[in-house]
Write a protein that binds this ligand. Sequence first.
Ligand SMILES: Cc1ncc(C[n+]2csc(CCOP(=O)(O)OP(=O)(O)O)c2C)c(N)n1
Length: 311
Amino acid sequence: MITAETPLVFDRKRYRDDLLLQMYTALSKPRLIEEKMLVLLRQGKIAKWFSGIGQEAISVGVTMAMNAEEYILPMHRNLGVFTTRNIPLQRLFSQFQGKIGGFTNGRDRSFHFGSQDYKIIGMISHLGPQMGVADGIALAHRLRREHCITAVFTGDGGASEGDFHESINTAAVWDLPVLFIVENNGYGLSTPSNEQFRCASFADKALGYGIEGHSVDGNNVLKVYDTVRQLAESMRQNPRPVLLECVTFRMRGHEEASGIKYVPEDLLAQWAVKDPVKNFERFLIQEGVLTQEYSDDAITRIKQEIDSSLQ
Ligand SMILES: Cc1ncc(C[n+]2csc(CCOP(=O)(O)OP(=O)(O)O)c2C)c(N)n1
């Protein structure tokens, strides 16, 4: 079982330096956008924010491991899916500010939006139902004999909804190539995991559906990337659903207005040590892949892109 105490161990395998550097930039981008959004929220320039700080390695690792033509169905903490699919920040920020240039013409100001151009299906607010949509996409691919997988995200809370059972069971009996990703971040709003489910790991639930299940450290971008890459290759050839639990922690409130007072401080402190961005950066420096100069330059460029896009 993966916990806050499980050390983050990075294994670069045979991945090239340029891929690792690309991963570093992709991982830093959502973090820097989030930090900016928290400032904009205080300034009243955006109205609400669902933070995925501390969970970026999952969105980034999954999206980098998939092909650009494959569909992803993200949730409210998957900013990294949008940034890694290279959606122009100007459009993204227009969406967050409820402007006409966003994806919903001002009808929404958070994450309930998608884009066919980027093969991202917008989150369904009641959470569970989007897993069934992923089944539908995967079925279409199968009927057209296309070798594509579909990745759908849910949280540990969303996984308590009936749709979780229905969609995984259907995918199992119809051999639908859906990667069901459960981001287990310890809380569903204020409900802790021990009041949400009894299994040690979501991978155990796969057994009940007769499908393959895995559990990885969701703060380890390399592990997420490597696991999804291998699974995706195999699922494209041999269509079937797979359940992947990514263990992580929600470092901020459910959304910024509700706060995080109900989360024990020592738990937050433990998980802060496992920060996915800082630890990956440290690893790359130790490996001699990343230099301070490269990092400074990359961060400056992202910040400039954020500022100019906001303007
Ligand atoms: C049916 C329904 N109930 C409640 C909500 C409000 N809501 C949105 S996300 C969420 C928490 C979901 O928890 P989890 O799936 O663990 O994801 P997390 O927020 O922890 O990332 C809640 C209660 C909703 N959108 N739909």
